[in-house]
Design a protein around this ligand. Structure first.
Ligand code: PLP
Length: 379
């Protein structure tokens, strides 16, 4: 099945009791058993729920994976992956990550005896310099949040396979429509479903997709034992959002390109980060592993201090100043004080998350209105 057909149908069947075409919202915490243990595969909704199961099967299909697990947030999914590790283990990861990932690694899992190495992975050969007997996992984000660095997933997978490490790819920025890391050798794909997959800024959710049965069983154990699983209403909303994922992503990419081109030579823009430009340092890798370049763009404002950056960020009428990304509506974000506020200034500035950087999530509104709004806000 092709992507759009999977988005609409995978994991979903008309309800056998009524023929309802849309997956019912099984708003129940528990399930009747004929005798103890004699059930239809459902016991208690922390572990299994039919609406969530449909969603998980659909999510797995979108990433060409055997198994999917939905979590109550992207961070809940990240937390579950980290619980695969033991004290003394080491993780190699990128130096430009979503601020919440950096925070959970440095402020939570470091305290449990796990060591993280934050590296510039634009050249993956650096990984081998840091691999030792304690290394267990490589965690990458590509494109990265917010400087849109592109990491070569296939090249990283060749290294993780050689050293028997688990490769996890946070595929939130690309979405499964643009990139499928499992096809490129990843072991686990992680998503903040909150973003493009949900697509309507009306839910918070995470997901993990994988092929290996043993890994799935270990992650399912953590998911059920720790309990960060989403309810049926949110699972339904995610399923409903996914039905238009392919249509939305086409529009995000088209508008993203138009906005990037508009901003590239704008007198108020000092630097622009978008992997679709041929002069982006890893454009050739983006062109190889992604089907298009997406609607996420970051810009550095020319000669702007914090006050001027705040003035411009608050100057929009169609774009909304807000955290998050990937919804149908266009958003502006100030990473230094919003999404990446938990990263110390000297560390974030080293990777380009400066005070005059703005991140743009280009939505699917009419492009003329978006360009007019950008023109006015930057004036
Ligand atoms: C790349 C990336 N990964 C993970 C997350 C965390 O997801 P959630 O907010 O759903 O917990 C985010 C949230 O912004 C993100 O942008």
């Amino acid at each position: 099945m092709k992507f759009g057909t999977k988005a609409i149908h995978a994991g979903q069947h008309p309800d056998p009791s009524t023929g309802a075409v849309m997956t019912p919202i099984y708003q129940t915490s528990t399930y009747a058993q004929k005798a103890p243990g004699d059930n239809q595969g459902y016991e208690y909704s922390r572990g299994t729920n039919p609406t969530r199961k449909s969603l998980e099967d659909c999510l797995a299909a979108l990433e060409n994976a055997q198994y999917g697990l939905a979590f109550s947030s992207g961070m809940g999914a990240t937390d579950a992956v980290m619980k695969l590790l033991q004290p003394g283990d080491e993780v190699i990861t990128g130096n430009d990550l979503y601020g919440g990932s950096y925070r959970i690694f440095t402020k939570i899992f470091t305290n449990y005896g796990i060591t993280f190495h934050f590296l510039d992975l634009s050249d993956p050969t650096i990984i081998e310099e840091y691999v030792n007997g304690n290394t267990k996992m490589v965690w990458i984000e590509t494109p990265t949040n917010p400087t849109m660095q592109v990491v070569d997933i296939e090249a990283v997978a060749a290294i993780t396979k050689k050293h028997e490490l688990t490769l996890v790819v946070d595929n939130t920025f690309a979405s499964p429509y643009l990139q499928n890391p499992i096809d490129l050798g990843a072991d686990i794909v992680m998503h903040s479903v909150t973003k493009y997959i949900g697509g309507h800024s009306d839910l918070v959710m995470g997901a993990l997709m994988m092929n290996d049965e043993d890994l799935y069983k270990r992650l399912w154990f953590i998911y059920n034992a720790c309990g960060a699983t989403p309810g049926p209403m949110d699972s339904f909303l995610a399923l409903r959002g996914i039905k238009t994922l392919h249509l939305r992503m086409k529009a995000h990419c088209e508008n993203g390109r138009a906005v990037a081109e508009f901003l590239k030579d704008h007198p108020k823009v000092e630097k622009i980060y978008w992997p679709g430009f041929t002069d982006h340092p890893n454009h050739h890798i983006a062109a190889k592993q992604m089907r298009d370049f997406g609607g996420m763009i970051s810009i550095v404002l020319k000669d702007a201090g914090l006050d001027e950056t705040f003035r411009i960020a608050s100057n929009f009428k169609v774009f909304t100043l807000a955290e998050s990304l990937g919804g149908v509506e266009s958003l502006i974000n100030h990473p230094a004080t919003m999404t990446h506020g938990s990263i110390p200034k000297e560390i974030r500035e080293k990777v380009g998350v400066v005070d005059n950087l703005l991140r743009i999530s280009v939505g699917v509104e009419d492009i003329e209105d978006l360009l007019e709004d950008l023109k006015n806000a930057l004036s």
